[in-house]
Design a protein around this ligand. Structure first.
Ligand SMILES: [Mg+2]
Length: 162
């Protein structure tokens, strides 16, 4: 299952990705992980640069949707602040949350990217769903308890250091 864990692209952080990068790949929609991709885990306020990035992508005509394993209240609140739709309890790496987002945005997998900070959820799930997968470094070293196990698994399987 090795290739399922390999992202199509890697960036230091979300805000290093330009709209042109997506255009060149023929990507029309970007599914975004929430925690530790757009804002530090367990925090409720977006960094200014994440907000600016979202506006830049919208202005470039890209369709956006949050796809998060977090709870409905948190995802609805934060998606509302960004003015984009959000799928909660996505159970990534299962495909159902990604498929829901594709239906919602009316786009095909081959014209859709996912950006996230975890190989075992965002990259594995995105690859299984046939999306273009982009891995970024987590914004904060603080994470959900279960994530520490997934990080360990990431390191064992890929040699990645976070
Ligand atoms: Mg995350």
């Amino acid at each position: 299952m090795g290739h399922w864990l390999v992202p199509d692209a890697v960036f230091g952080k979300l805000t290093e990705i330009s709209p042109e990068f997506f255009y060149e790949k023929g990507i029309k929609a970007v599914l975004l992980d929430l925690d530790n991709t757009l804002l530090p885990w367990a925090e409720g306020i977006f960094p200014e640069e994440s907000l600016r990035w979202i506006e830049e992508m919208k202005a470039a005509g890209l369709l956006l949707c949050l796809v998060s394993n977090n709870k409905p209240e948190r995802v609805a609140q934060l998606a509302g602040e960004l003015g984009i739709p959000g799928i909660s309890q996505a159970v990534k790496p299962r495909r159902k949350g990604f498929r829901q987002a594709l239906r919602l945005l009316a786009v095909k997998p081959e014209e859709t990217a996912v950006v996230g900070d975890q190989i075992m959820t965002d990259v594995l799930g995105g690859n299984r769903a046939g999306l273009f997968t982009v891995l970024v470094n987590p914004l904060s070293p603080v994470e959900h308890k279960g994530t520490y196990f997934l990080r360990w698994l990431e390191r064992v399987l890929t040699g990645r250091r976070v």
